[in-house]
Every structure is written in C-alpha cells, then in structure tokens.
Ligand binder design. Structure first.
Ligand SMILES: [Zn+2]
Length: 134
C-alpha cells in the first residue's frame, strides 16, 4: 500500500519523507558500495521524495562514472539515501534506505520482497549466484 514514510539518519540531523509502496519491491545489490554498507533500497521518483532537514549535515560520495550521489550524514555516518538519474528508472530518482524508514512494524519489514541484484556485473536485472550475505 502506498503511503508517506518519514526517515532519518541515526543522529536525526538528516530527515526525509517519501511516498512509496514497499510492496512493489525492495532490493539489495552486490556492487562494491552496496555490499559494504549492506544497503537495502527502495526506488522513489524525485517528485515523491522530500528532504525535510539536514542538507547542511549531508556529505556526498561519488565514484566510477559519478552518476549516483551517495549521500550520508557527516555526523553519524548513516546513508539514508542516494540520488541518481537513469531513463530506465524514469529520470531522477532516490534510492531510499529501507532501514532508515520510521514507524514500520518488524513483521512488515520481514514480509517485504527483496530482489537481489547483480550490480557487481552491472546486471541489476538478474540475481547474483550468492545472495544470503547481501
Ligand atoms: Zn546523522
């Protein structure tokens, strides 16, 4: 069910709001950065994402082509979301960290479908051979 979620980093400096339907899918990826942070994401179009506070606390990390802005709190180190732009994802999007969303019952989190993605091979359309560590 589509609803408005609030989310935050650990220290609370960064706060955001996103309209999304978690039942449409979440994913984990084995690329070099997602695997290190065990990033659990849901994709949100730009128009459904609002930064409520903490722009001053946000740092940004880019690598490779630099297309994705990996944003993290400079105080607590948590990465609440990243921002990118890809035509196949409808233009500008935010990859929201599901673990940073607030007010979700653990049973609801447990029931979410998680699609494993083979980002290491640049094949987000398929699952990698091994997924339990993601
Ligand atoms: Zn923080």
């Amino acid at each position: 069910m589509r609803r408005t979620y609030t989310g935050s980093c650990h220290c609370g400096a960064v706060r955001f709001e996103a309209d999304l339907d978690l039942e449409l899918g979440t994913s984990r990826c084995n690329c070099s950065i997602c695997v290190r942070g065990r990033f659990w994401k849901a994709i949100v179009p730009d128009e459904d994402f609002r930064l409520l506070g903490g722009e001053d606390a946000l740092s940004e990390y880019r690598f490779g082509s630099g297309a994705i802005r990996h944003r993290f709190c400079s105080r607590c180190g948590v990465k609440p979301f990243g921002r990118g732009e890809m035509p196949e994802l409808g233009g500008v999007f935010h990859a929201v960290n599901v673990a940073c969303l607030e007010g979700i019952d653990p049973r609801e989190l447990d029931a979410l479908a998680v699609e494993p993605q083979d980002g290491r091979e640049d094949r987000q359309d398929r699952a990698p051979a091994f997924t339990s560590y993601l």
